[in-house]
Design a protein around this ligand. Structure first.
Ligand code: FO1
Length: 447
């Protein structure tokens, strides 16, 4: 495989012993460059390959809505690995201690993991580096063009990263090799079958946010959804995507978030089955350019989830307007409980709470109004990130953090005409929504 997808996190050389793939962001067996790489090393060195997933208790305050979806997807991973004769181990606890412990126990020779721009993942990896003496390699199995290859700095906007992506696409948008079944030798590292029900029951997490029923978790369901999207929805995508009362979106984002499908598989299948068109271009822009831009933002801006991460112009203009009179000011609880004066905003919040997603267009409106009706831009960003992470099925994703920073802080956007509270941050209003879609129908379906 293209070794530019791999980054060495330390300088140890590979010795003899099993290869461990610590699966984290990319929770799938097919189309996974980290697993492909791990298998290549194991085959070359003629050593076993073991896959582990480390279940972190209370990961960024995730609730049963997100844990449930993730764990059900992981049962499919366990079964698929069993078919291939790869041992799978579910480790429970803080990765910084349980991963090194596992490595020591099985005398592993190399640790491989997937890339993730989030701060917590970087911390985990840094802690692990202090506690191991074997090579630790990271593979970007999430982006088509690895985040550390496409750019080495925080990009300004889509127009600055797009040419870099376009230039590198021919090299990286390639077909995946299959993951090969290994011949069953008496494994020294048999899997310990996971009792998923008891794992779920023993999690000490917030269970007040119910799981959703519109999305069946797992790799298999994701591929079916992709097929349905390409044939049924993609033809009208460009006309319908900004209409929240039309069922025009792919709904793939939770699957992409948990790595149950690879963005590269989505792009390859679309390339194979769909003609060049405005719809295809619009979807590919979101799937590739916007996603890679979000990873770039979180990778190079450590304050991606707060006011401090905004660009100087955004901070300055919001500062200049921080004392402007607000017509309405709501607390986090009022926002959370859909208790604003505006039925359209409340409908978006209801959609978030009930379905675990807000339609893309309304997601922008939702965040803009949180800025307009919060006591300060800092508080607005905190509220938007809190609600997004608590209720979105794909919360705690670079895309979510970047979306909030775009709406509230003007990240990747330009300055607009100055107005109260927003300063030069782009404004959105109810009339704009009214012009685009039937807002009464949207309110009615999200009561
Ligand atoms: N990644 C892990 O490696 N272990 C976990 O226990 C874990 C829990 C989790 C819960 C909710 C959620 O939204 C994400 C979670 N992730 C976990 C991380 C996830 O796979 C992503 O890597 C990040 O959220 C960034 O995209």
């Amino acid at each position: 495989m293209n070794l530019n997808r791999v980054r060495r996190l330390n300088n140890f050389d590979i010795v003899k012993g099993p290869v461990v793939y610590w699966m984290s962001r990319d929770q799938r067996v097919n189309d996974n460059w980290a697993l492909v790489y791990a298998q290549e090393i194991a085959t070359l060195k003629k050593v076993p390959l073991v896959v582990v997933f480390c279940l972190a208790p209370n990961f960024l305050h995730a609730t049963i809505r997100q844990y449930g979806f993730m764990l059900k997807g992981l049962t499919e991973v366990e079964n698929a690995l069993k078919e291939l004769n790869f041992p799978f181990h579910l480790l429970i606890g803080e990765p910084a201690s349980v991963v090194p412990e596992f490595i020591k126990n099985i005398e592993a020779s190399v640790l491989i993991t997937d890339f993730d721009p989030l701060k917590i993942k970087k911390q985990w990896k840094n802690e692990i580096l202090k506690n191991i003496t074997i090579p630790f390699h990271e593979v970007d199995a999430h982006n088509i063009i690895p985040a550390f290859i496409v750019s080495q700095k925080e990009e300004f906007a889509a127009y600055t990263i797009r040419p870099k992506i376009n230039k590198l696409s021919p090299e990286y948008l390639e077909e995946f090799p299959p993951v090969n079944k290994i011949e069953l030798t008496k494994s020294l590292l048999p899997s310990k079958e996971v009792d998923w029900n008891s794992v779920i029951q023993n999690l000490r997490i917030d269970r007040s946010v119910p799981e959703v029923d519109w999305a069946i978790p797992g790799e298999h369901a994701a591929l079916n959804l992709l097929k349905e999207f390409i044939f049924d929805k993609l033809p009208g995508y460009n006309n319908n995507r900004n209409n929240p009362v039309k069922d025009a979106q792919s709904c793939l984002s939770p699957y992409l978030h948990f790595g149950q499908i690879s963005a590269q598989r989505v792009a390859l299948n679309i390339e194979k089955h769909f003609p060049e068109s405005e719809s295809k271009a619009a979807f590919m822009e979101e799937l590739i350019v916007r996603r890679e831009l979000s990873d770039n933002f979180c990778n190079y801006n450590l304050n991606y989830d707060s006011f401090d991460g905004f660009r100087d112009w955004g901070k300055k203009t919001l500062d200049e307007h921080r004392h402007d009179k607000r017509d309405h000011v709501y607390s986090r609880e009022e926002f959370e409980n859909s208790k604003t004066h505006e039925d359209l905003w409340n409908a978006a919040q209801n959609e978030l709470k009930q379905k675990g997603k807000i339609h893309g267009y309304m997601r922008m409106y939702w965040a803009k109004k949180i800025l307009e009706w919060s006591a300060s831009p800092e508080e607005a960003m905190e509220t938007a990130v809190f609600l997004n992470d608590k209720y979105e099925l794909d919360g705690r994703d670079p895309n979510g953090y970047t979306g909030c920073a775009w709406a509230i802080g003007g990240i990747h956007d330009r300055a607009w005409t100055e107005r109260p509270v927003f300063g030069k941050i782009r404004y959105m209003n109810r009339n704009g929504c009214k012009r685009k879609f039937d807002i009464d129908a949207y309110i009615d379906r999200n009561k």
